[in-house]
Design a protein. Structure first.
Length: 88
C-alpha cells in the first residue's frame, strides 16, 4: 500500500539560490517515477512543501533526504504521514 507523506521544507540561514534548480530536477525525477503527487513554494519565501508517495515513513524519509535542499544544508525537512480526510 502506498501512503502520502507531507515533506515540509524550511529554508535555513545557509540557503543559497543555486540549489533551486537541482531541487526542481529532483522533484521532476520523483514525478517521473510516480513518487510525487504535488509540490509548491510558500509565497513568503520561507520554503515550501511536497507530497511523496511511499510505502512507509522510513521510505519517504529516505527519498526526501536525497533532496538537494537537504543534502546541501539549505533547508530543514520535516516529514509527516498525511492522512487525507477531505479531498475534492
Amino acid at each position: 500500500m502506498t501512503n502520502k507523506y507531507l515533506v515540509m521544507v524550511m529554508r535555513t540561514p545557509n540557503f543559497d539560490q543555486s540549489v533551486v534548480e537541482p531541487h526542481r530536477a529532483f522533484l521532476q525525477v520523483l514525478l517521473a517515477k510516480g513518487q510525487l503527487q504535488e509540490s509548491g513554494r510558500f509565497t513568503d519565501g520561507t520554503g515550501g512543501a511536497y507530497v511523496v508517495l511511499a510505502e512507509s515513513l522510513d521510505a519517504a524519509t529516505a527519498i526526501a533526504h536525497t533532496d538537494p535542499v537537504h543534502t546541501t544544508g539549505a533547508s530543514e525537512l520535516a516529514i509527516y504521514e498525511w492522512e487525507i480526510t477531505v479531498s475534492a
